[in-house]
Design a protein around this ligand. Structure first.
Ligand SMILES: C[S@@+](CC[C@H](N)C(=O)[O-])C[C@H]1O[C@@H](n2cnc3c(N)ncnc32)[C@H](O)[C@@H]1O
Length: 358
C-alpha cells in the first residue's frame, strides 16, 4: 500500500532558498580560507580602495587569480567595489574579523576547516559503505589549522580567562607544579605556560609525530628547559600520582578509547590535582543541539574528522557532540568525584570541565 504525501510548496520554496544561500555561504568560506592563507585580507586591511593589480602587487600574487577572488567576495558582500574607480576595498568592520591582527576574532582562520574537511570527502564517502575511519596522516594541514585555532580559542585566553577558572591555580603555577597536556598538538598552549611559569614543569604528549615535531620546532626558539614534548599514546599512560594539573584542549572526544584515557588521567593526577578539560559545548541529545550556533558544523567536523580518526584506530567513535551529559558521566566513571562545567564568554564552541578526585 503506498501513501501520497502532500508537499507544501511554501516549505519547498523556503528550503530551496536556504539551500542556495548556503551554497554561497560555502563559497564564501573557501574564498575566505584562501584570503587568510595568501595574506590577502591582511594586505587589504592596510590599503585604501585599490585596483586588482595594485592589490595583487602589494600581496606579491597573480593578478588574474586575485581578481577572481575579489569578485567572488564582492558578490558575497565581504569586499566592497566602486564601479567608477574600479576599486576594491575591505571595509574596516570586516577587516576587524578577518585578519591576523584580529586574533582571537579572526573568522577567516576558522573558515580553513571547510577546505580541510573537503580534502578527505572521497575517503569519508568510502567509509559510509565499508565502515572504519580516516587516519590523522590522511588529512592535509590538520595540525596547522588546529594550531591556528588553538592560538585563537585557547592560547589568547589561557592566562586571563581559562586558568583563572580554577581558584588558586595561577599561584600554584607560579610556585612550581607538574603539568601534563594530553593531545597537546603543536604545543602552543604549553609553550606559553612554560615561558610564563619557569618554576613549573610542563609535559606534552601527542599521538602524532608531526604535531610533536612542529611543537619542538616552535619551542626551540624559546629555550625552555622546563618543557618536554613526547610522542605518546594517552591510552597507554602508566604514570600514577605524578601530575598536579592535567589539561586536554579539544582532545578527549576524538580519542579512540576515551574511557581508558580518562581513567589514565585520573590515575596520573595527584590527590589534590585538577583535570581541566576543554571540550565541545553540546548536548548528548541531537534535539538539544538544533539551535546551537554551530550545531551543523560540529556534527560535520565530527563525521569528517573527530569520529572518523577514532574509528580509524578501531576506537569508540564518540564524536564531537558526545555532549555534556555523557562527558560528566564518563568523568565520574573514570574516578573523578567532582565535576564543574563552566563557560567562557569568548568561546562559543567549548565547555570547560574542572574535574577533581576528592
Ligand atoms: C583536536 S586536536 C587538539 C590539539 C591541541 N590540544 C590544540 O588545542 O591545538 C586533538 C589532538 O589529540 C591528539 N590525540 C588523539 N588521540 C591521542 C592519544 N591517544 N594520545 C595522545 N594524543 C592523542 C591528536 O593527535 C591531536 O593532536
Amino acid at each position: 500500500m503506498s501513501t501520497t504525501l502532500e508537499l507544501q510548496p511554501e516549505k519547498m520554496e523556503a528550503f530551496a532558498g536556504r539551500f542556495l544561500e548556503a551554497m554561497n555561504g560555502a563559497a564564501m568560506m573557501l574564498m575566505s580560507s584562501i584570503g587568510h592563507r595568501t595574506g590577502l585580507f591582511d594586505v587589504m586591511a592596510e590599503m585604501p580602495a585599490a585596483s586588482s593589480l595594485e592589490i595583487a602587487e602589494a600581496a606579491g600574487l597573480n593578478e588574474r587569480y586575485v581578481r577572481e577572488w575579489l569578485n567572488a567576495l564582492v558578490a558575497a558582500k565581504v569586499i566592497e567595489f566602486d564601479r567608477l574607480q574600479q576599486a576594491y576595498r575591505l571595509p574596516p568592520e570586516h577587516a576587524a574579523l578577518l585578519t591576523r591582527d584580529a586574533t582571537p576574532n579572526n573568522l577567516a582562520s576558522v573558515a580553513q576547516w571547510i577546505a580541510v574537511l573537503g580534502y578527505v570527502e572521497t575517503e569519508i564517502v568510502d567509509k559510509f559503505s565499508h565502515g572504519g575511519g580516516v587516519c590523522y596522516h590522511e588529512y592535509h594541514r590538520f595540525h596547522d589549522v588546529m594550531a591556528d585555532e588553538s592560538a585563537q580559542t585557547t592560547v589568547s585566553a589561557l592566562l586571563d580567562h581559562i586558568l583563572p577558572l580554577a581558584d588558586g591555580l595561577l599561584e600554584r603555577l607560579e610556585q612550581g607544579i607538574d603539568v601534563l597536556d594530553i593531545g597537546c598538538g603543536s604545543a602552543q598552549a604549553l609553550i606559553l605556560l612554560a615561558e610564563r611559569f619557569p618554576r613549573s614543569r610542563f609535559f606534552g604528549y601527542d599521538l602524532c609525530a608531526d604535531a610533536i615535531v612542529a611543537g619542538r620546532f616552535r619551542a626551540e626558539e624559546k629555550d625552555l628547559p622546563n618543557l618536554t614534548l613526547k610522542v605518546r599514546d594517552a591510552s597507554e599512560l602508566i604514570e600514577r600520582d605524578r601530575f598536579d594539573l592535567i589539561t586536554a584542549f579539544d582532545a578527549i572526544h576524538d580519542q579512540a578509547y576515551p574511557d581508558k584515557v580518562l581513567r589514565n588521567i585520573s590515575n596520573a593526577l595527584r590527590r589534590d590535582g585538577l583535570f581541566l578539560m576543554q571540550d565541545i559545548h553540546a548536548s548528548s541529545y541531537v534535539e538539544k543541539n538544533i539551535d546551537k550556533p554551530l550545531g551543523a558544523f560540529i556534527y560535520t567536523i565530527s563525521c569528517m574528522h573527530c569520529m572518523s580518526v577514532s574509528l580509524s584506530q578501531g576506537g569508540m567513535g564518540l564524536g564531537a557532540a558526545w555532549g555534556e551529559e555523557l562527558a560528566q558521566e564518563m568523568l565520574i566513571a573514570a574516578g573523578f568525584a567532582q565535576v564543574d562545567v563552566r563557560r567562557l564568554e569568548h568561546d562559543i564552541i567549548n565547555n570547560y570541565y574542572l574535574a577533581r578526585l576528592g
